[in-house]
Ligand binder design. Structure first.
Ligand code: PLP
Length: 442
């Protein structure tokens, strides 16, 4: 794999390149974000069929680490990492669920939900974190001193970071906005032995502090500002095309907060096209919560301006971000993919998630935002009934049980639960039970 190389490159000026094993998060000349670039000419010496066969031969096998959806595509992701430094928990390989029943309800029958939350720590953040933590292990083995890895998080990044660090024997520090993450999200870093710092601010405030801390200490920044994570996340696009036997859907819809993931999604498709494995690109939809929708506002004015907003509380807490770090990457990608930004109110996201749950899935609130965006675009006839559509489900519903139970008990403030299903209390008496059941079944 040595012959395949990659490097960091400024997103503003491709002339500015940096060694991939440097501890660097921004271009030191322009201050812009970096992206990982690959030696495409070298990769292209093998034809598309070679890559399809190689990826298919590894997919979900036990030959460690290549059965992982990320590491099975290692040559396209981070070829410089030696296998001995890889910290993998068999990420990716998630179900591309045919949403047959729900699709029939909305009249879009070629509808798929990529269940990325069925993962080691319950969200799609594992895809990028396996890459980042492995890279750090390699950097340390080359003699650089790194004392800990740190992130600001709305919940899922901290869970992924602490799990991968625990597995690698590295120290992790997570900065969480106090009272803004679910219990299930808080408990994961605690269980994995991270140092958990609870700050009386929001995510954007945590982000500022972690960048400051990482600049001054030998602490490695693990947020998605770090483009190594984007390389892992981009395998979502590669994997979903692979699952369709290298066919490309017409639409891919994903919830967005800090906007690294929508950028990653596009990056994966661009690489597939450049390498000749696919011949067209899908249209992308970034779905935001109305309470934290700076990208949506910018989209309404053709991305001519962008202003951050204070993020208001939303049930979709992982995307409660008003000052997204990767906004420039995301706008660039959305323009290339004839992209759309939609948004969903609290009531819309809650009801959308519950509606699809009734067809057998169990959706997190962020996926609810994406589902609601999908329904709006179908209603506007932007998405056509015959289109092939993929919705990215980003976290497991079980990480958000407070949201789910309060929805069904009709205790979510200002929200009418259209599909609530309350437990029925009945005396332990067969006749009374029978009576209730009759009213339920008939
Ligand atoms: C991180 C996250 C997102 C959004 O990804 P960004 O890169 O921040 O836009 C969406 N859903 C869940 C569950 C997440 O954890």
């Amino acid at each position: 794999m040595d012959k395949y190389s990659c490097w960091f490159q400024s997103i503003e000026n491709p002339e500015y390149k940096y060694n991939i094993e440097d501890v660097i998060y921004r271009c030191s000349k322009t201050g812009s974000l970096l992206e990982v670039e690959h030696d495409i000419e070298e990769l292209k010496k093998n034809p598309p069929e070679y890559w399809k066969e190689l990826f298919d031969s590894r997919y979900r096998r036990q030959s460690w680490p290549y059965g992982s959806g990320v590491w099975g595509k290692k040559e396209w992701v981070v070829p410089f990492i030696e296998d001995k430094n890889i910290v993998s928990m068999y990420e990716g390989g998630t179900n591309l669920f045919w949403a047959e029943k729900y699709g029939k309800q909305v009249g879009v029958e070629d509808l798929w939900i990529k269940m990325c939350g069925n993962s080691h720590t319950g969200s799609f953040k594992d895809l990028g974190m396996t890459v980042l933590v492995s890279a750090v292990k390699q950097i340390i083995s080359n003699g650089t001193e790194i004392r800990a890895l740190a992130c600001a998080s709305t919940g899922d990044t901290s869970a992924a970071l602490s799990a991968y660090c625990a597995s690698a024997g590295l120290k992790s520090i997570v900065f969480l906005p106090k009272n803004k993450v679910s219990v299930a999200q808080l408990v994961q870093p605690l269980a994995n032995g991270a140092t958990v710092i609870s700050l009386n601010t929001d995510f954007d405030g945590c982000m500022k502090i972690v960048q400051e801390v990482c600049r001054k200490q030998q602490i490695y920044l693990a947020n998605s500002i770090n483009s190594l994570r984007i390389e892992g996340q981009k395998t979502i696009s590669i994997e979903l095309c692979q699952q369709f036997n290298w066919e490309v859907p017409d639409w891919v819809i994903m919830p967005g907060g800090n906007l690294g993931n929508i950028s990653a999604l596009g990056k994966g498709f661009l690489m597939l096209k450049e390498m000749g494995l696919i011949s067209k690109l899908p249209r992308l939809v970034c779905a935001q919560a109305e309470n934290a929708n700076p990208l949506y506002r910018s989209y309404l004015n053709n991305f001519e301006t962008f202003d951050s907003v204070p993020a208001k509380t939303t049930l979709a807490n992982a995307i409660q971000i008003g000052d997204p770090v990767s906004v420039n990457k995301a706008i660039k990608i959305l323009k290339m993919f004839d992209g759309i930004v939609e948004h969903a109110s609290e009531e819309e996201l809650a009801n959308a998630a519950a509606r699809v749950d009734l067809t057998g899935t169990f959706n997190c609130p962020h996926t609810g935002v994406a589902i609601s965006a999908f329904e709006k675009l179908v209603k506007k006839k932007v998405i056509k009934k015959s289109d092939k559509v993929v919705i990215i489900s980003t976290a497991h519903g079980l990480k958000f049980v407070d949201f789910k139970i309060n929805y069904h008990l009709e205790q979510l403030k200002d929200i009418t639960s259209q599909f609530s299903n309350k437990p029925i209390e009945v005396e332990a008496d067969p006749d009374k039970v029978m009576k209730v059941l009759e009213s339920q079944i008939l």
